[in-house]
Design a protein around this ligand. Structure first.
Ligand SMILES: Nc1ncnc2c1ncn2[C@@H]1O[C@H](COP(=O)(O)OP(=O)(O)OP(=O)(O)O)[C@@H](O)[C@H]1O
Ligand SMILES: [Mg+2]
Length: 266
């Protein structure tokens, strides 16, 4: 099962990705938390671990990745992660950071001024997800970059479920409508988590989101906020996370078995 966590910048995608990963681990799954956000560096801190070597670095860095993409595409050469089936055991040990049973893996990060666009990381993420074959007890939770660019790149077509994180802002409500539209076009199920909820804003959420699309709500939580402020490991989880994970388990669509790996897609 591959679950993409999406939403507006700052809505709480990384926080909720980490919470859901822990919640699904508690429900008995082996969880891979995939950091597909090439700009932000905070996810590993929420888990209380060092940033692992990212997959792009382990493939030799961006220029080498581009070379391998050409190989896979033009010369029709099979290249690991891009055009070959893989399981989680094919991922090099250095690319994992483990926190209480949740395994973090990062696709790639933008480090330098003028280093070129992030498209190779996007292509790697999408093809990695497409080629990754999971067993029934494995789940991948994908912390995506802000906005809807990943829909354009086709990342979501390789997921089995989309979770939109919505915080109480006008922009977030608007973006939820856009995500609903785009997930429909991608033939993917989407549900929303209402985040940073207090009594004062609950009504605004009800007015903005379709009631049959709500996976649950996470309250405005001082501890979560302080963990992020201080860059420290999330020490506790709001009790609502358990119900949200139960909802996700009930509503995910079991992926059809794949007979063959599709060739590299740009
Ligand atoms: N339920 C919550 N209660 C209080 N604060 C929260 C909650 N969820 C997230 N936050 C805070 O909101 C801020 C943004 O959270 P987070 O980094 O998870 O968002 P994001 O969507 O991943 O952001 P980005 O788009 O930059 O990746 C952080 O300060 C975080 O602590
Ligand atoms: Mg984030």
């Amino acid at each position: 099962m591959k679950i993409a966590i999406c939403g507006k910048g700052g809505a709480g995608k990384s926080t909720i990705s980490a919470l859901i990963s822990r919640g699904l681990r508690d429900a008995g799954f082996r969880v891979l938390l995939m950091d597909a956000d090439e700009s932000n560096f905070g996810l590993h801190r929420l888990l209380g671990v060092e940033q692992p070597v990212n997959l792009m670095e382990s493939m030799g860095g961006k220029p080498e990745l581009k070379k391998k993409m050409n190989q896979a595409f033009r010369e029709n050469q099979p290249v690991q992660y891009l055009s070959q089936a893989l399981t989680t055991s094919d991922i090099p040990e250095e690319c994992f950071a483990e926190s209480d049973g949740v395994k973090l893996v990062s696709m790639g990060k933008i480090h330098d001024f003028g280093e070129g666009c992030a498209c190779p990381i996007g292509v790697l993420s999408r093809n990695f997800l497409n080629n990754l074959v999971l067993s029934d007890d494995e789940v991948v939770v994908i912390d995506t970059e802000a906005g809807v660019e990943h829909f354009g790149r086709g990342l979501d077509t390789n997921c089995d479920l989309i979770i939109g994180v919505v915080d109480p802002t006008f922009e977030s409500f608007k973006l939820a409508g856009k995500m609903l539209e785009m997930s429909d076009k991608a033939f993917k199920k989407i549900y929303f988590i209402q985040n940073k909820v207090s009594d004062k804003v609950r009504e605004a959420f009800s007015a903005a989101l379709p009631s049959d699309k709500i996976a649950g709500e996470i309250p405005q939580d001082e501890d979560l906020f302080l963990n992020s402020l201080n860059g420290t490991k999330m020490s506790s989880a709001p009790p609502q996370v358990k119900d949200i994970c139960a909802f996700i388990k009930e509503h995910w669509v079991k992926p059809a078995p794949k007979s063959a790996v599709s060739p590299l897609k740009f």
